[in-house]
Design a protein around this ligand. Structure first.
Ligand SMILES: C[S@@+](CC[C@H](N)C(=O)[O-])C[C@H]1O[C@@H](n2cnc3c(N)ncnc32)[C@H](O)[C@@H]1O
Length: 342
């Protein structure tokens, strides 16, 4: 079933003569099926995404033309780049720095997005790569900018893009490494701190769902030697951050891409999470509701789910419907830690 195109994609569709015959690389905030329509117009198409759910949805139609990961390498080979503006400016800078070394000299650089999402900062974003971009179109709060790669660009070094900080949780000290746009990239979330403070010693196998920079799984692995941790996220930048956080602390764990439970092997003794939420974004609620409602099927016999959530989020009824027993372990004016047993 095809869904209506976003306002940004409709604007791109009106301007698609710009992409005709190009060796085109598309990346950024991909949200609908429009990139696959481009396959019939361009000479060749590569779609790069850090979003595992988008990748899974398009993999069948695009085959090898879609790449999921935290880095796209190789020799310069594209003569056009289309960046769909991600919400975080740091992520847009990161993607441009990664993609421009893959462009041939003089390549077209197109930036498209919602005016509320930073697209009008296109001039600044483009300044390390070329002259001032031209605004090609603007309608329904979206804009399309067009510039050209006219400066030589340094090769991309992933390591330069990690932020790093230390945090202390009780007796456990942790080094956190995070790529741009990853949750808790610059400081530890208060909810995650409350969750970690409320957990007893743990044994067996543990799933850190929505691991972000890997703080929860890493602290628990450090505190509980012998605990086997699996960290999953939908975002490739989060997954690479988690791998690096584990490694920076001399820890081992399994790090996997999964959209909720899509790619999870087996069951766990513990599931722990500061689950995704975004006021107003229905998709995040839907993922978290599925995560909570289906958790019992991914827990061993006496397994437990422990989550932290903003006090205004109504997760308790979902937990009570799915589990035999649910209690609030700790709470303050902002957060609640729930623990549910099957
Ligand atoms: C609130 S953050 C928590 C990050 C980390 N656990 C911490 O405490 O700092 C939620 C995480 O869930 C991830 N996420 C969002 N939707 C997801 C889904 N459908 N499946 C798996 N992970 C998802 C996001 O990428 C994000 O890293």
């Amino acid at each position: 079933m095809s869904h209506p195109l976003s306002a940004v994609s409709q604007m791109l569709e009106r301007n698609q003569a710009l992409f005709e015959g190009k060796h085109l690389l598309v990346c950024g905030a991909l949200e609908d099926e429009y990139p696959r329509d481009l396959a019939g117009i361009v000479r060749d198409l590569t779609v790069f995404t850090t979003d595992y759910s988008y990748f899974r949805g398009q993999e069948e139609a695009l085959g090898e033309r879609i790449v999921f990961g935290h880095e796209l390498g190789g020799a310069p080979r594209f003569d056009a780049l289309l960046l769909l503006m991600p919400k975080a400016k740091a992520e847009a800078q990161f993607l441009l720095a990664m993609m421009t070394p893959l462009l041939l000299a003089g390549a077209d650089i197109f930036l498209a997005g919602d005016n509320r999402g930073g697209i009008n900062g296109a001039d600044k974003l483009m300044s390390p790569y070329g002259g001032k971009p031209v605004k090609r179109d603007s309608a329904r709060r979206c804009s399309l900018y067009h510039g050209e790669l006219s400066q030589s660009v340094p090769s991309f070094r992933l390591d330069d893009w990690f932020s790093q900080y230390q945090c202390q949780l009780g007796d456990t000290q942790l080094t956190v490494r995070a790529l741009p746009g990853v949750f808790s990239a610059s400081e530890l979330d208060l909810g995650s701190q409350m969750l970690l403070a409320s957990l007893p010693p743990l044994t067996g196998t543990l799933l850190d769902f929505g691991c972000g920079a890997g703080v929860i799984g890493s602290v628990l692995a450090k505190r509980n030697p012998g605990l086997e941790v699996t960290l999953v996220d939908i975002n490739a930048l989060a997954l690479e951050s988690s791998r690096q956080t584990l490694a920076a602390n001399g820890l081992t764990g399994t790090v996997l891409a999964s959209d909720v439970y899509s790619d999870l092997p087996g069951c766990f003794d513990q599931i722990v999470s500061n689950p995704p939420f975004h006021a107003g974004l229905k998709t995040h609620y839907a993922a978290t509701e599925t995560f909570l409602a289906e958790a019992p099927r991914h827990l061993n016999g006496r397994g437990a789910l422990t989550i932290v959530a903003n006090a205004f989020l109504r997760y308790q009824p979902i937990l009570e419907a799915a589990f035999k027993q649910t209690e609030i372990r700790t709470m303050d004016s902002k957060f609640r830690v729930y623990r549910s047993l099957r």
